[in-house]
Design a protein around this ligand. Structure first.
Ligand code: TXA
Ligand code: MG
Length: 318
């Protein structure tokens, strides 16, 4: 299959109507999207991504009104969060309606709903008569794509079209929220910070989501992972521990003393964690494709998007 990259929304819509998965831009990462109401189209997503079908998919809709077609009950906090943060990097897990195929939710009782904030994808969603199921557009277990080129590099010939919306503005996946026994639960740290969420939802309970949880066997080592070993810790200590390896260094601010022979990438010269999140996955890909033996990454401050970045680095680490 010849994979085209472009900005043609009607071409994108035609491929989707024909049951093909395509690449779509969102503000977080690129998605691999297909008709969420067609089990056959959804099955193609799992095939292309090589993803186990027990890992459910997020359903993307054009607005909160459309979202009501797919979820039964809306706790008050869910309504307020949707109002405050949609379109945006927030996924709400809500009791699904019958119309959502079991393949989308992996047989689970809740569906993940999100209104993405990217003008091209919002326009696309408005022209379609169905919502879009979309996981991140990477092969299962690899780093999420934040440009159309990243998607092309890995999925070319498997999908007919990639809608090119430029580099992703947020750079890490959406924050996933659900509601249990009156509590607001965070299942995945992401592009919407805990601080922002707390302002609208009040106190939060943190409970790492099952399929990305270290407690789930085999999941941790394969999630968000580059192919080269990545160690998370103090760069100085790691270099002392592995003096013979040629290292790629991933830091927040530029290093004062660049070690000889090392390839250094700073995520934000100003130390801005939003900018760091934006650059994170592209930097991990770059180091993975370079000739270094190993990647050393330093942890970010645990505030704002620093938490989500640290979460991704931990999952990528050996
Ligand atoms: O920012 C994002 O969320 C991106 C863009 C494309 O929207 N999507 C994304 O999808 O990151 P994915 O499939 O790579 O990660 C979604 C996570 C999965 O780990 C899945 O287990 C969880 O959301 N999830 C989705 N639906 C769920 C459900 N019904 N119940 C529990 N967990 C769910
Ligand atoms: Mg993913």
């Amino acid at each position: 299959m010849n994979t085209l990259i472009g900005t043609d929304i009607s071409a994108a819509g035609q491929f989707l109507e024909a049951g093909h998965p395509i690449g779509i831009p969102t503000e977080t990462v690129y998605g691999l999207a297909a008709n969420a109401l067609s089990p056959a189209a959804v099955a193609r997503i799992f095939e292309v991504k090589n993803r186990p079908t027990f890992d459910p998919l997020i359903v993307h809709v054009s607005d909160a009104v459309a979202a009501q077609k797919y979820a039964l009950h809306w706790p008050d906090t869910a309504r307020r969060l949707a109002e405050a943060f949609w379109p945006g990097p927030l996924t709400l897990l809500l009791e699904k309606r019958e119309i959502v195929p079991d393949l989308v939710t992996a047989g689970l009782p809740r569906v993940g709903l999100r209104v993405p904030s990217h003008p091209l994808t919002l326009q696309l969603l408005q022209t379609l008569s169905f919502p879009l199921a979309a996981p991140s557009a990477n092969p299962f277990g690899y780093i999420s794509p934040t440009t159309a080129q990243h998607v092309f590099d890995q999925l070319q010939s498997l999908i007919p079209y990639i809608l090119d919306g430029g580099p992703c503005r947020v750079g890490v996946e959406s924050t996933i929220i659900g509601f249990e026994d009156g509590k607001t639960v965070v299942y995945r740290l992401g592009g919407l910070s805990m601080e922002q969420l707390e302002q609208v939802a009040g106190p939060l309970t943190l409970q790492l989501h099952q399929s990305s949880n270290p407690a789930a066997p085999g999941m941790l080592t394969t999630h968000y992972a580059p192919r080269k070993p990545l160690y998370l810790g103090s760069i100085d200590e790691l270099q002392e521990r592995f003096p013979k390896l040629r290292a790629g260094l991933l830091t927040l601010r530029p290093l004062h003393h660049k070690p000889a022979g090392a390839l250094c990438i700073s995520l934000s010269s100003a130390g801005d964690l939003n900018e760091a999140a934006q650059n994170l996955f592209a930097a991990m890909r770059l180091l993975d494709q370079s000739d270094v033996d190993v990647i050393f990454a330093e942890p970010m401050p645990e505030t704002g998007l620093g938490r989500a970045i640290n979460d991704r680095l931990k999952r990528a680490a050996v």
